[in-house]
Write a protein of this length. Sequence first.
Length: 208
Amino acid sequence: MSDISQPESTPESLPKSAPEDRETAGPLDEAEANPVRPYVDLGGVKILPREGLHLRLEIEEGSKRVVAIGLDYAGSTLQVQPFAAPRSIGLWHEIRDQIADQIGKQGGTTTLREGPFGPELVAEIPVAAGQGSTESTRLARFIGVDGPRWFLRGVIAGEGALNPEAAAHIEDLFRSIVVVRGSTPMPPRDLIPLRMPATPGAGGSVDV
């Protein structure tokens, strides 16, 4: 999913959902980040390199645009997408309900819980039976943070959705992300444009 669908009616005031220390511990706005750190520039987000981190660009077939960043790290996967948001209204509370509804329609289940970034969804999502596969569902954590004029969504799968030690590593990676909203006017819920790094690997992937 790239741009987030508009709700039938938008409440006038939805609180922002973010950790109390977001401005210092992340995810950070570009204005809050250390400008001398060696980030990998992906347009709407910047990623801090670390040993063992593998970056994948998820590209929409028709438009060929980058619609998500996939990060493989420490036995977990983290998919991130930055969206434009109003200055004073949060998106995560409403988007969370939409995600739960979509997963329910697919035959999956979701559980709302309090996580390190605030409310998050733990989802059991049905998977197509693959050759030799015995698993009928996969576990994923949907996390979200409302920042200044942006919303950052993350989906954690693999070990980071299963055990606390692995979760801490992938949560730290999510914290280290910098969102670059830019000054271009954008409707709320539109995907902030993403792009390949200056030196991408073959097939839109790179070890960083």
